[in-house]
Design a protein around this ligand. Sequence first.
Ligand SMILES: [Zn+2]
Length: 296
Amino acid sequence: MDNYILFLFCIVGLCFGSFFNVVILRSLSGESIVFPGSKCPKCNHKLYPWHNIPVLSYILLRGKCYFCKEKISIQYPIVELVTMFAFAASYLKFGLSIDSIFGIILLSGLIIMTTTDLKEKLVDCNIAILLAVCGLVFSYLRVESITDSFLGLILGAVIIEAVARLGYFIKPKIRVMGEADTYVAGALGAFFGVNGICIVLVYSLIASVLFALPAFLFNQYKNNNKSTCILFVLFALSAVIFKAAYQNWITFAAVGISGLLLSVSILKNIKNETKRTYLPFVPALAAATIFYIFFQ
Ligand SMILES: [Zn+2]
């Protein structure tokens, strides 16, 4: 019986994933979600129903439009599969309960916003606001403190907004993070409360460092900021040595000094940079949420 329900969750997840692809496409193009029927984004030809089977159609059509033979974005099957996993994981973790329904709602919103953030650096704030309301309703239904949920909402939003405005120290009106990140952090706060949002934000910081590191180093290398690269390697080395072997004042000083010089070097580069590299933060928040819900 359990396996049947799990299978059902997977199928429903795939179908919702297919629908989310439409939401993603149309929230980027500003079209209505319900109307018109599904069509190829390249040649605008209306699709037959069998072109809309999640994942399967992509494989059968070998990733190409049936009419114009243009490549179909790999985003479609990926979003469908990820949504399927989100549905299945929520069921496996929470069974048939309010928790699994709200888990699915939260993960679904994050899947849509992560995809648009990665794809076009655009996030529909209305989805985050909707999630925040769901978070408040969720803690109300679970007879948890709605005050905690509300304070979590405020705290999440305020912390990220404050971080976003750190950029003002470098140049006026430069945000280090998008406005949507504030809304998303608020929504997560509404779900997880004050303690939860603090943990999730720490996780998201770690996730964003992990995501950003390769791109950051490549960018520094490409822009000939060799000193930053060298300082980074020195900092990482001294930190590893400090942590693993010699926790004495020499290695401690090495970590401190190289870290300080690295920060100064990074700040100097940001000041000189005309084209800022954009770092999507919603994926980091989503990764942190998944880790918080399923792995701790
Ligand atoms: Zn086409």
